[in-house]
Design a protein around this ligand. Structure first.
Ligand code: NAP
Length: 275
């Protein structure tokens, strides 16, 4: 009896070395009894993503920094949500050989927020104006919430705010902003600069919930300050698990074991902490 060749899924980005997507996806496939494997590849150009998917018969791919927008012109079809956000983090290589682009980051943010609060009619102050901020603004609007944008650079922040029809404030004005929930989509506070926070802790009293899209470290300085200020913290693991779970749904058409995936990520983060 010959064993079937496993299906191959892949992550493309630069860098990809520290991504927890491979352990999370591989553990989920095994738990689901699916004969497949997921690997990560560092690439230099968006065209390389397309070439590799086609040459190596990759059935589905995750796309990360810095190719989420750059890859769009090379795909055959783009789903409406991904087009509105202007970023693709998921590619399906379908049965006809076409490459279809999707965005699951916005669903990740929405599902993660909804574990703690109802989005409708609440106000959300989004720090940043990059890909994750665009996904957050899109998802919040779709669910009836009210986003506002705060960004370091005025031009990029104003562009995003105008596109999504919401207000913009320079990041330096955070002290004067009130909202139900604050969402950090800047990279400030990631593992390389663990003790940094994008805003002064005094500004946190104006928010009830504080979400950080960063998931490594799990408790960023922003979330530690938020706890200290009496806010409810929401870490980035929920977003990470849900965006990955939605990729599995697109590629395999099956609901993955989300709670199990969360445990795998938390274990990996715990192991890295001890490195
Ligand atoms: P991006 O497109 O590069 O955007 C980054 C944004 O952060 C920009 O608006 C930039 O402001 C701002 N920024 C960068 N450094 C800053 C600093 N020192 N002070 C203030 N603002 C600063 O990045 P992205 O793709 O949106 O990703 C952002 C973060 O979200 C990353 O940490 C990423 O790991 C995380 N993320 C998490 C998940 C998850 O599943 N949990 C998924 C996607 C992304 P300017 O416009 O002024 O340059």
């Amino acid at each position: 009896m010959t064993e079937q060749t496993p299906a191959i899924y892949a992550l493309y980005g630069n860098p990809v070395g520290h991504s927890l997507s491979p352990p999370m996806h591989n553990a989920a496939y095994k738990k689901m009894g699916i004969n497949a494997s997921y690997c990560s590849y560092c690439v230099e150009r968006p065209q390389e993503v397309i070439e590799r998917i086609k040459e190596r018969s990759i059935q589905g791919a995750s796309v990360t920094i810095p190719f989420k927008t750059a890859v769009i012109p090379y795909l055959d079809e783009i789903e409406d949500d991904a087009r509105a956000i202007g970023a693709v983090n998921t590619i399906l290589h379908d049965d006809t050989g076409k490459l279809r682009g999707y965005n699951t980051d916005w669903i990740g943010i929405v599902l993660s927020l909804e574990e703690s609060l109802e989005i409708q009619n609440k106000t959300f102050a989004i720090l940043g104006a990059g890909g994750a901020a665009r996904a957050a603004a899109f998802g919040i609007l779709k669910k009836g919430g009210i986003p506002l944008i705060l960004n370091r650079s005025t031009t990029r922040g104003e562009e995003l705010a105008q596109e999504f029809g919401c207000p913009f404030y320079p990041l330096s004005e955070i002290g004067a902003i009130r909202a139900d929930c604050l969402i950090n989509t800047t990279p400030v506070g990631m593992a390389q600069e663990k003790r940094a926070s994008p805003i002064a802790k005094e500004a946190l009293i104006n928010f009830r919930w504080v979400m950080d899209c960063i998931y490594n470290p799990l408790k960023t300085q922003l979330l530690l300050d938020a706890e200290g200020a009496g806010c409810t913290p929401i870490d980035g693991v929920g977003m990470f698990v849900h965006q990955g779970a939605e990729q599995i749904k697109i590629w395999m058409g099956k609901e993955p074991p989300r709670e199990f995936m969360r445990q795998v990520v938390l274990e990996e983060l715990g192991a890295q902490d001890g490195d």
